[in-house]
Write a protein that binds this ligand. Structure first.
Ligand SMILES: Cc1cc2nc3c(=O)[nH]c(=O)nc-3n(C[C@H](O)[C@H](O)[C@H](O)COP(=O)(O)O)c2cc1C
Length: 166
């Protein structure tokens, strides 16, 4: 894989997943696509709405993506965990674009718990297993205490792509 053949696609309601996405993209020399949702998700009303939608596995209306995912060898997809699973905007993106993704890897940020169903739901939506996964706790992202796990995630992805070229 050339260093530019990766795309990091992410949704972030309050900025933590975005912070990790930027770091992964920087280390992979990848391009980024921030998923833009048209739904109002601010404040307590937006929090409640988001929780309800995640439980129902609902979808939302997204702005059209700026980048074409099928031109990349690897698409790294990042989501906050919502009610133990993938956020509604990322669920929607995967439903719309799963058939255009070559290799995939997943990461998430979460408040306290484990990613629970997040990665299995993403795998089901993508129709393929991820090359690697990474889950970070919000408090560690806030404290900038996430360099080692991000480094190991990115190294594994780069090694994997080297092996594929042999
Ligand atoms: C609607 C909603 C549901 C959430 N559910 C969970 C959960 O089930 N488990 C968890 O550990 N964190 C949960 N969180 C916390 C977020 O995953 C966490 O704060 C994440 O880092 C936010 O990322 P963001 O800033 O990129 O939006 C939830 C947050 C929201 C808004």
């Amino acid at each position: 894989m050339n260093m530019t053949d990766a795309l990091v696609v992410y949704y972030s309601r309050t900025g933590w997943t975005k912070k990790v996405a930027k770091e992964i993209a920087h280390r992979l020399a990848a391009e980024t696509e921030e998923i833009a949702d048209t739904a109002q998700r601010g404040g307590i009303t937006g929090w409640l709405r988001s929780g309800r939608e995640a439980v129902r596995k609902a979808t939302t209306t997204l702005e059209p993506p700026k980048r074409d995912p099928d031109v990349y060898d690897l698409v790294v997809i990042g989501t906050p965990v919502w009610t133990k699973t993938v956020s509604t905007p990322v669920r929607t993106y995967l439903q719309q674009h799963a058939d255009r993704l070559a290799k995939v890897a997943f990461f998430c940020t979460c408040g306290g718990g484990e990613p629970a169903h997040t990665f299995t739901d993403m795998q089901e939506l993508c129709g393929q297993p991820p090359k690697k996964t990474l889950c970070l706790k919000t408090r560690n992202v806030r404290r900038d205490d996430y360099e080692a796990p991000v480094e190991s995630f990115v190294s594994a992805l780069l090694e994997e792509s080297d092996l594929d070229m042999d």
